[in-house]
Design a protein around this ligand. Sequence first.
Ligand SMILES: *Cc1c(COP(=O)(O)O)cnc(C)c1O
Length: 382
Amino acid sequence: MRLRNKGLTRKVVMAELKKALEQDSKYSDGKILCSMCTRPHPIARIANRMFLESNLGDPGLFLGSLRLEREAIKRLASLLNGENSVGFLVSGGTEANLMALLAARNTKNISNPEVALPKSAHFSFTKICRLLGLKPVYASLDDSYRVDGASIEKCLTSKTVAMVGTAGTAELGAVDPIDRLSEIAVKNEIYLHVDAALGGLMIPFLEPSDRGGLTFDFQLEGVKSVTVDPHKMGMTTIPAGGILFRNNTYLDCIKTETPYLIEKHQHTIVGTRTGAAAAATWAVFESLGREGLQNITRQCMKLTRLLAAKLKAFGYCLVVQPTLNIVAFRSSNSRLLQKKLMQRGWFVSYVPRLDCVRIVIMPHTQKNHIHAFLRELRAVDR
Ligand SMILES: *Cc1c(COP(=O)(O)O)cnc(C)c1O
């Protein structure tokens, strides 16, 4: 496995690449039911290829790419009611959440800083706490797996630098009562970050009847930053996470000098950063518009409801009624069931904390995939 002395021919390299690609699972098979990523939209593929050489870590050289990133961020800002919001397309929700908590920590000068987190917060916050030296203090959840307002308020101390709410948890798609968290944040003068990696490009497109009570964005005074990932429901190419701050005052505390580059400052954690994903994100937004994105959410929600109803009819117990595109259910032995499904090539998750099987309905999932899955489920779980 040492680097070879003499290179191979293009033909041999291509054959090896194809072999590896065949080992990868394909979204188009319809059997990936556990991923929050999906097949990129065709226009995203094209845009990505066009901008392969672009590096947003040195934007002075790539002014066109920079413009596309800024415009994509503006589209996201308008979707999230952030009139003055500013931000970046980064490597994903993890980096976005990291930048948010870095900003929050840096606005205050507190030793042994703490962050108040829902028990259901994404595992990226475990990494982030370790990196930033933050002590996580966990708040409990209510019966529908949303953070309990009173519990998170009790987590606040003189050392708290931020609190976090999730608009679309990774395990269940639950949406925390962000309006309540915002009130608490304002009252206690605490920075509130909203992790809407999944929900940010979904909640704004829900039917009005499903959207009730799910306000999560900058219209709430306490919300200082929002994570929203185009490489999930935005159907763009990986890596594309979004971080938006309420206004540019938060950028100052995450600024780093880049003395030998054309642009003299950087705000992202990652240095060299692809412009291809920014171009792809921009292209998807422009080509689909609000209507197109709304259709994607509508279709995913329709199939989610179909799956949930069928599972109930089969006698399974849902962990919660789905708010977004995630269905979680229990069988007499959920862990074993997940194993059996995986052995038959169906990729579903097992969530130990909730002892349930978890299914995510992304844009690559079609109605016939759901029916095929249900047939398989009946065959293995009797
Ligand atoms: C996916 C996800 C993340 C992490 O995003 P990456 O793109 O994997 O870094 C964080 N929070 C939530 C709620 C997510 O769904």
